[in-house]
Structures are given as C-alpha cells and as structure tokens.
Design a protein around this ligand. Structure first.
Ligand code: SF4
Length: 65
C-alpha cells in the first residue's frame, strides 16, 4: 500500500500519523531498518516480511533473494 492510499496518512502534514516509514526500494528499507530500527517500517510495507526473515536466527527460514 502506498501512503497516499492509506487512512493513516495526514495529507496536510504529508506524513504518516503513526510516524512509520514506507520505503519503496529494498535498499532504502534496509538502510532505514538499520538506522531507525525495524519497528519504524510500516506493517504495510512490501519489504517488511523479507526484512524480518533476514533477521531470523540461522536455521530458520531465510530469504532466498
Ligand atoms: S507509513 Fe504505513 S501506516 Fe503510515 S501512512 Fe504510510 S502506509 Fe499508512
């Protein structure tokens, strides 16, 4: 979901009301999660599950890409 389609998006302030980040590109999502933490990534973000899987301990399912 893009932010402008989301009911949590504040059109006047041009930001998420929840203070979340919704990066479009994988590289940006990785950088944001490294700097701000995984909790800063929106639950609607398309890269979030992959970021979570990438942090899983060895022996658990890990991303293949
Ligand atoms: S970051 Fe997520 S919750 Fe916030 S406005 Fe964007 S899509 Fe909605």
């Amino acid at each position: 979901m893009t932010c402008r389609d989301c009911p949590r998006y504040d059109m006047d302030a041009e930001r998420c009301r929840d203070g979340k980040v919704n990066p479009l590109e994988w590289e940006t999502a990785v950088s944001v999660s490294q700097v701000l933490g995984l909790r800063s990534i929106c639950s609607f973000n398309r890269h979030r599950e992959r970021l979570i899987a990438a942090r899983a301990p060895l022996g658990r399912a890990r991303p293949t890409r």
